[in-house]
Design a protein around this ligand. Structure first.
Ligand code: NAD
Ligand code: UFG
Length: 336
């Protein structure tokens, strides 16, 4: 299949390009580089020895998007493009609503106009808000207890896509709810490259490991979890990328929702310890106050993806820390 990958220069998008080509697909990337570097795509091209057309465009620009589709037929779209910083979304909600929702609306318009049969959307475990019970299945309650505009955009876009699918019965839409992506490609050539202070735990730990930051701040040790620190379902980004390839298999029209996680919870202290083992030095950390809006625990039931997509994550936390350390130590300044 020939796939348009929006946000393909970003963290998850660049890893997905590799898995798409490994599976025999081809791709083009549309990205405005708001949070990425074209160097990520160049490195993927070098690794695969292929040329991947790169369109530097804002998916919120309906005209530019229409022009792209009028010149090139695509068999499917994988829509990664969007803004993802939880804290920034609280500071600047309009930017988040505008970017994440407008880009999705624009894509749905071209899907309708150009009869694109399948859209895969990057949703998030954040749509589950405060979990009623664990593990989270695709039928778990959504929308209650989402604490930030970023999370609201994911919840709203899922609803928009369901409404769209109802009125366009030939289209398949796959909503992939990611848990916590970590790690990097095992080559060390591509990885996560946050432009500012990392918001997420693993890239923060990696920057402490490489000496860019003095210590990890652990946000609370008084949660009702085994060691008191927050527990999440960390999934290796390459396993996650393979989930997109699995989801491309011919999908029936309608909406399909899948959790992509491992089903296993790991605490903040366990992740710091795993990374310390990978980089072979004890990483300093300090317990500080809880971060507002955080939940104690979150992990997936991913059996639906296993059964229907034949998708099975294969990589461990140790693999993710080793790969992330390889990327971070080989590229201390990311793509710059
Ligand atoms: P990322 O920031 O690395 O990638 C997003 C890409 O989209 C970037 O390359 C950015 O330049 C591009 N982009 C942003 N706005 C754009 C626009 N208007 N037009 C064109 N391109 C635009 O983030 P990521 O971690 O790779 O996340 C990819 C998707 O997965 C996002 O939608 C994110 O919300 C979602 N997601 C991520 C996580 C996570 O923890 N990384 C978890 C759940 C869901
Ligand atoms: N944490 C720290 N110190 C840090 C950063 C995080 O202790 O410097 C803790 C958090 O309190 C939490 C855990 O590490 O217990 C994971 O935090 P992250 O910020 O890495 O991840 P979250 O689960 O809070 O959020 C992530 C994404 C969201 C997404 C959500 C669910 O950032 O976009 O997963 O998919 F919505």
């Amino acid at each position: 299949m020939h796939i348009l990958v929006t946000g393909g220069a970003g963290y998850i998008g660049s890893h997905t390009l590799i898995e798409l080509y490994h599976a025999g697909h081809t791709a083009e990337v549309a990205d405005n580089l708001a949070n990425s570097s074209v160097e990520a795509v160049r490195r993927v091209e070098k690794m695969l020895d292929v040329s991947i057309p790169f369109h530097q465009l804002d998916v919120c620009n309906a005209q530019a998007l229409d022009q792209l589709f009028s010149h090139q037929p695509f068999d499917a779209i994988i829509h990664f493009a969007g803004l993802k910083s939880v804290g920034e979304s609280v500071q600047n909600p309009l930017r988040y609503y505008s970017t994440n929702i407008t880009s999705s609306l624009n894509l749905l318009s071209v899907i309708k106009k150009y009869h694109i049969p399948h859209l895969i959307f990057s949703s998030s475990a954040t749509v589950y808000g405060t979990p009623e019970s664990l593990p989270l299945t695709e039928n778990s309650r959504t929308g209650i207890g989402i604490t930030n505009p970023y999370g609201h955009t994911k919840y709203m876009i899922e609803q928009i896509m369901r409404d769209f699918a109802q009125s366009n019965p030939t289209v398949a839409i796959t909503l992939l709810r990611y848990f916590n992506p970590i790690g990097a490609h095992e080559s060390g050539a591509i990885g996560e490259d946050p432009h500012d202070v990392p918001n997420n735990l693993l890239p923060y730990i990696a920057q402490v490991a490489v000496g860019k930051r003095p210590e990890v701040q652990v946000f609370g040790d008084d949660y009702p979890t085994p060691d008191g620190t927050g527990v999440r379902d960390y999934i290796h980004v390459v396993d996650l990328a393979r989930g997109h390839v699995a989801a491309l298999a011919p999908a029936q029209p309608g909406v399909h929702t899948y959790n992509l996680g491992t089903g296993k919870g790991t605490s903040v202290l366990e992740l710091i310890s795993a990374f310390s083992a990978a980089c072979k030095k004890e990483l300093p950390y300090r317990i500080v106050a809880r971060r507002p809006g955080d939940i104690a625990e979150c992990y997936a039931d991913s059996q639906k993806a296993a059964q229907e997509l034949n998708w099975h994550p294969t990589k461990s936390i140790a693999d993710a820390c080793r790969d992330s350390w390889r990327w971070q130590s080989q590229n201390p300044n990311g793509y710059r």
